[in-house]
Write a protein that binds this ligand. Structure first.
Ligand code: GLU
Length: 488
């Protein structure tokens, strides 16, 4: 059997992190088994679906690197891949089911259904359709239609029990009487999700349906429909709900919920993928950082956990940092560049002219940022004026702790700057700095704190010898001279 899986988003917003995880697990499963990953747009809800949302979902999928083998843009043998374009086929299947008595027209109006519901609720019964139109004869139904009465089409749930194996939750059994005769076509003729999802999954020869746990309640209805159509149902796997840190369904309260927001906040793409995987799956219970290749090699649906996955924003940031740090400086620099431009620190042209310099700065900063977007704020000091560099309170306080600060700044100026002029690198400057400490019997903070204040204006930050190189001799001298005046 060739594995054929699908991701079937409704285009009603941005790509939700829960949806992205569903897509990712399906994609990984397809890639692992050399199968097909199908993307189908479920846009039957005309009021809420928009083309703009469809576009943004596709774009986010592309950003994540989840290429689809069939679907919008690539098409394939079972298209069209936009549900609204398959209407004829849906009507055809509906007619077959009606003809075979597996579905029926229901003429009960809203008023009757509401009062039925009220009575059932008052009797503490589960509200459900009572099947009044189930046994209408063909002639009766025809007559009501001829009289212009509105109707819905309901699925006729047979008696008995139904089972399916869920790759995540094991064997699932349900009593058919717990399933209502659900609506397949609304009175305006539009099909419902449970109906079309089966039509399309069957026509597209889907073998495995991996989707969020919120759909578990729908699966019995769908399995029964497969049986009515004389088809074998696909295998299912329901992925655990993604919960916020408050253990409730993930919502905007506890973090951003769309993939695009994380991209725009400067999370490395692979960190996003890795983090989404950790929502319900683990490589081995220990390794938290793993590559897409490792995911594809090892992904098993049966290893997905049943329990709710907790979406922990702090862990997400930590993971982002792990990835950012591992990037080649030039790659990381390219990822950071848009944020630096956006912050107004450098223009595109300046970045091109000073590409080596910027790359070197990024290399020195990689340990200190987790997101690309964090870089601009941390390197803003490099773009400030040398004579009027702003000192923050803590930097000033630290610097002023040391009586020897003027000596320190003078010594740096007189010994390190000539080296810098001669092209010394950070490592040799650091050696010279150490020699200075030994010679003058200063402890490192006595040198480090006044120097940091003078060069960066902040109490913490990158390696000071790196900073000297980044500034270059002239600017470093200007900052030291200014500090000599301002700190004494
Ligand atoms: N369009 C449905 C959703 O976005 C798909 C559910 C399914 O995978 O069956 O939730």
């Amino acid at each position: 059997m060739t594995v054929r899986v699908r991701y079937a988003p409704s285009p009603t917003g941005l790509l939700h992190v829960g949806g992205a995880r569903t897509a990712l697990f399906n994609w990984a499963w397809a890639r692992r088994h050399g199968g097909a990953f199908v993307l189908r747009i479920e846009d039957t809800d005309k009021e809420r679906s928009t083309l703009e949302s469809e576009r943004s979902i596709l774009e986010a999928m592309q950003w994540l690197g989840m290429d689809w083998d069939e679907g919008p843009g690539v098409e394939g043998p079972y298209g069209p891949y936009r549900q609204s374009e398959r209407d004829e086929r849906h009507q055809e299947i509906c007619t077959t089911l009606l003809d075979e008595g597996k579905a029926y027209r229901c003429f009960c109006d809203g008023e009757r259904l509401t009062s039925l519901r009220e009575v059932q609720m008052a009797n503490k019964e589960n509200p459900r359709y009572d099947g009044r139109c189930r046994d209408l004869s063909h002639e009766e139904a025809e007559a009501q239609m001829a009289a212009g009465e509105h109707f819905t089409v309901r699925f006729h749930v047979p008696e008995g029990e139904t089972r399916f194996t869920d790759h995540v939750r094991g064997e699932v059994v349900f009593q058919n009487k717990e399933v209502d005769d659900w609506v397949m076509l609304r009175s305006d003729g539009s099909p419902t999700y449970n109906f079309v999802v089966v039509c399309d999954d069957a026509d597209m020869k889907i073998t495995h349906v991996l989707r969020g746990e919120e759909h578990l309640v729908n699966t019995p209805k769908q399995v029964l429909l497969y049986e009515a159509l004389g088809l074998q149902a696909p295998e299912f796997g329901h992925l655990p709900l993604m919960l916020g840190s408050d253990k409730k369904k993930l919502s905007k309260r506890t973090g951003h919920t769309s993939v695009q927001v994380y991209r725009d906040l400067g999370y490395p793409r692979d960190a996003v993928i890795n983090f989404l995987c950790l929502q319900g799956w683990a490589l081995d219970g220990e390794t938290e950082v793993f590559s897409v290749d490792e995911l594809v090699k090892n992904f098993e649906v049966r290893d997905v956990s049943k329990g709710g996955a907790i979406f922990d924003p702090e862990k997400f940031q930590w993971l982002a940092g792990e990835y950012l740090r591992e990037e080649e400086p030039a790659v990381c620099a390219a990822h950071c560049a848009p944020f630096v431009i956006e912050a107004g620190l450098m223009t595109q042209e300046e970045l091109e002219e000073r590409a080596d310099w910027f790359c070197e700065v990024v290399r020195g900063m990689q340990e200190r940022v987790r997101l690309y977007s964090e870089l601009p704020e941390k390197i803003a000091f490099l773009f400030q004026g040398d004579e009027d560099l702003a000192y923050d309170e803590k930097a000033l306080k630290n610097a002023k702790k040391h009586e020897v600060r003027a000596d320190v700044l003078t010594a740096v100026r007189d010994t390190l700057l000539p080296m810098l002029e001669g092209g010394a690198d950070a490592a040799s400057l650091s050696e010279a700095g150490k020699a200075l400490l030994a010679e003058r019997e200063w402890k490192f903070p006595a040198l480090g704190q006044p120097l940091r204040c003078a060069l960066t204006g902040a109490a913490g930050g990158p390696d000071l010898f790196d900073v000297l190189v980044w500034l270059g001799p002239e600017r470093a001298r200007a900052r030291l001279e200014s500090a000599l005046e301002r700190l004494s």
